[in-house]
Design a binder for this molecule. Structure first.
Ligand code: GAL
Length: 355
C-alpha cells in the first residue's frame, strides 16, 4: 500500500490517500475523508490504464461538492419522505435537504467526516475504515458504529463491505456513490455504454421529488427494461413520465435474488474502451442513476464534467423503505449486526463478442 497526504481541512485535520495495485496493474485509491473511492485505474483492451470513476483533486472540493462522487453514504442512503419516520412508536424528524425530503441522511453527512483507519491488510489489499455516528446525529436514533472496507482482488474486483452496530433501533442502509465512466472519468457522456440489469421491477416515483409511490411495477414494455443489454442512451429521453421527472434514469430497481444472498445483477460495457463492469450485491435493490444532476464543474486533472458523465449503481434498500411496508425494511434492531457486501469487477471484451 502507498500512503500519501491528500490535504489539510480548515480545522487542521490531515487527510490521506491510500493506494493498492494488483498483479494486473489495476490500482484503487481511497481516502479517509468520507471513506471515498478517489481513483480506479483499470487497463482497457489495449492495456492502457483508464481512471473509471469521477472525482476531485482536493479534499476541499469533496467537502463542497453536491454530487457525492465516490463517497460512502449512511447511515441512510437515498430519500425519506418529509424526513420523517417512526420507530418503536417514536416519531423522528431528520433535516430537510432535498425539496421537502431528506436525501442521503442530511447535511454534513458521513461523507464529510474523517474516518479512522482500523486495519490495513497488505496481502489481501484491504483497508478498513471506522466511524461512529453518534446518537441523534442528523436526528437518527442510536450510536451507530460503522466499519467499511475496500479490497482490491487479483480478479480485478473491488469488494466493499459494510458493518454496523447500534445501541438503539435505527435505520441502516449504507451505499457507495461512485460515478463510473468506463471510457474514463474525463470521456464525456455514458449514454453510449451498454447496460444489462436483471431487475424485472422498479419503484415508480410520485413526481420530481422522487419519493416512490409504494408500487412495485414491472419494467417489461417500458424504457426501464434493461433485462436484455441496451444502450443507456437509447430510451433515456423517451416520452415516459418517470424519465421526465428525473431528467433520465434515477430510479430504484428491485433485484430478483434471495435476501442476503450475493447475486450478480448488472453488467456495464463500454464499446470504446472494451472495459466491462459486473456488479454483485447481497442487498435487495439498486438505484440506477445516470448523473442527470451533474452541473458543469471541474473534476480530477482539470477535466470538466457535464450532465450524464457518470453512472451510479447504488446498492441499497429501496428509497423511503422505512415508511413503505411493501419494501424490504432497513430497520436495524439494537444489538443486531448490519453486514452487507457489494462488488464491482472489471474485465475487457471485444466489440464483436456477444454482450
Ligand atoms: C442520487 C440520487 C439523485 C441525486 C444524487 C446526488 O443517489 O438518486 O437523485 O440526488 O444522488 O446528486
Amino acid at each position: 500500500m502507498e500512503k500519501k497526504k491528500f490535504g489539510t481541512l480548515h480545522d487542521g485535520t490531515e487527510v490521506f490517500l491510500y493506494s493498492f495495485t494488483n498483479q494486473n496493474k489495476m490500482t484503487m485509491t481511497v481516502t479517509d475523508l468520507g471513506a471515498t473511492l478517489v481513483q480506479l485505474l483499470v487497463p482497457d483492451l489495449e492495456g492502457k490504464p483508464r481512471d473509471v470513476v469521477l472525482g476531485y483533486d482536493t479534499p476541499q472540493e469533496y467537502l463542497l461538492g453536491d454530487c457525492y462522487f465516490g463517497a460512502v453514504i449512511g447511515r441512510n442512503g437515498n430519500r425519506i419522505d418529509k424526513g420523517r419516520f417512526t420507530i418503536d412508536g417514536k416519531v423522528y424528524q431528520l433535516p430537510i435537504n432535498d425539496n421537502e425530503n431528506n436525501l442521503h441522511s442530511g447535511p454534513n453527512g458521513i461523507q464529510t467526516r474523517k474516518w479512522d483507519v482500523a486495519d490495513v491488510d497488505e496481502n489481501a489489499r484491504r483497508i478498513t475504515f471506522h466511524l461512529v455516528s453518534p446518537d441523534n446525529d442528523n436526528g437518527f436514533p442510536g450510536n451507530f458504529d460503522m466499519e467499511m472496507s475496500y479490497t482490491l482482488t487479483d480478479e480485478d474486483a473491488i469488494v466493499l463491505r459494510y458493518r454496523g452496530f447500534s445501541d438503539k433501533d435505527t435505520i441502516a442502509n449504507m451505499t457507495n456513490h461512485s460515478y463510473f465512466n468506463l471510457a474514463g472519468h474525463d470521456a464525456g457522456t455514458i449514454e453510449g455504454h451498454l447496460l444489462k440489469l436483471t431487475a424485472e421491477s422498479y419503484t415508480p416515483v410520485r413526481d420530481e421529488q422522487a419519493i416512490p409511490t409504494g408500487e412495485i411495477a414491472p419494467v417489461a414494455g417500458t424504457p426501464m427494461d434493461f433485462t436484455s443489454a441496451k444502450k443507456i442512451g437509447r430510451d433515456i429521453d423517451a416520452d415516459f413520465e418517470q424519465l421526465k421527472f428525473a431528467g433520465g434514469y434515477d430510479h430504484n430497481f428491485m433485484l430478483p435474488g434471495e435476501e442476503d444472498e450475493l447475486q450478480k445483477f448488472a453488467e456495464v460495457y463500454c464499446p470504446e474502451s472494451g472495459i466491462c463492469m459486473g456488479v454483485v450485491t447481497d442487498l435487495p435493490a439498486v438505484q440506477f442513476y445516470t448523473g442527470n444532476f451533474i452541473t458543469d464543474q471541474k473534476g480530477k486533472g482539470g477535466a470538466i464534467y457535464h450532465k450524464r458523465q457518470g453512472l451510479c449503481l447504488e446498492t441499497q434498500y429501496a428509497p423511503n423503505a422505512i415508511n413503505e411496508p411493501a419494501f424490504y425494511s432497513p430497520l436495524l434492531k439494537a444489538g443486531e449486526r448490519y453486514e452487507t457486501e457489494t462488488r464491482y469487477r472489471f474485465y475487457t471484451r471485444n466489440l464483436d463478442e456477444d454482450f
